[in-house]
Design a binder for this molecule. Structure first.
Ligand code: HEC
Length: 264
């Protein structure tokens, strides 16, 4: 047993196997036992880790001439030694079969339902009509930020929010209002960095004014319950509630300088 374990080829295989098990399962399951949060390593990252380990193993087995020779010996034997013909034949059949099988699994068409391709932040229209007034969204800033007192706007926005939005978007702005569980897609979670911090205030204005029914083609299947508020709120009230959303969550809106291409 000892002589087997001291063979560099066996050592290399062992290190690779242990590394794989550690990356594949260890990272996901050991930290939770110690009360630390963890998640499985994604496939592509796993591949990178394994490549790194493989490079290390190759460095190790080739560090001295003797070890390198010992490492290569079994490989060479299987490839050329007449007594190993059966192994050779078996490898010649299994390796291409394995490669074929993996390729087959990757290209096999599946019969699952197509994924729901609803775009969460579709490109907004360039102009909208708000109560008969045409508004150009590109470059549009929140006018309330330049007038009056910001605290007043926050308070006004708070009133608008608690009178109209809280039932869906929730007391903590996290999309968990009382009605939220009835909707799919769920109401937006404004505390999530994938929502309002990604957006310019003009985009948010558009979404609040036009709601789920105002979503363009990419917004299919248009099953958003987000109401169109243009019929119920004034332009000022919408700008105020936007100020409240950013103030309360601590996010800053995306600015037109950073919005690439000016698309949103
Ligand atoms: C009937 C439930 C409901 C109410 C009431 C409601 N919303 Fe929504 N809202 C939704 C749902 C569902 C979504 C997610 C689907 C979507 O993007 O249209 C959403 C999305 C949004 C978005 C888009 C966020 C993003 O990341 O794209 C904004 C902004 C928003 N709501 C603001 C408001 C404001 C402000 C109010 C109050 C004036 C309000 N909502 C009231 C259901 C609601």
């Amino acid at each position: 047993m000892k002589s087997r374990l001291s063979h560099p080829f066996v050592q290399a295989l062992l290190i690779l196997a242990v590394a794989y098990l550690l990356f594949r399962f260890g990272i996901a399951y050991i930290p939770p036992l110690l009360g630390v949060k963890s998640a499985p390593v994604p496939h592509t990252v796993l591949l990178q880790y394994m490549l790194t380990v493989a490079v290390g193993v190759l460095l190790y087995v080739s560090a001295t001439e003797d070890r390198w020779r010992a490492f290569k010996a079994p490989i060479q034997r299987v490839l050329v030694d007449p007594s190993q013909r059966l192994y050779r034949l078996a490898l010649l059949v299994t390796v291409p079969l394995l490669a074929g099988f993996i390729t087959y699994r990757q290209v096999r068409p599946s019969v699952e339902a197509p994924p729901n391709l609803r775009s969460i932040h579709p490109a907004p229209p360039s102009t909208i009509t708000f109560r008969g007034k045409t508004m150009t969204l590109a470059g549009l800033e929140n006018p309330l930020r330049k007038e009056g007192n910001l605290r007043d706007h926050v308070e006004e926005g708070r009133r608008v929010y608690y009178q109209n939005c809280v039932a869906c978007h929730g007391d903590q702005l996290n999309g968990k209002g009382h009605f939220a569980h009835g909707f799919n897609p769920p109401p937006a979670d404004f505390t999530d960095n994938g929502t309002i911090p990604q957006l310019t205030e003009s985009f948010v204005f558009w979404r609040i004014a036009k709601g789920g029914r105002g979503l363009p083609k990419e917004g299919t299947p248009w099953n958003s319950a987000m109401p169109a508020w243009e019929d119920f709120l004034t332009e000022r009230e919408i700008w105020a509630v936007i100020i409240f959303l950013y103030d309360q969550t601590g996010w800053t809106p995306r600015t037109w300088d950073t919005a690439e291409g000016g698309a949103r």
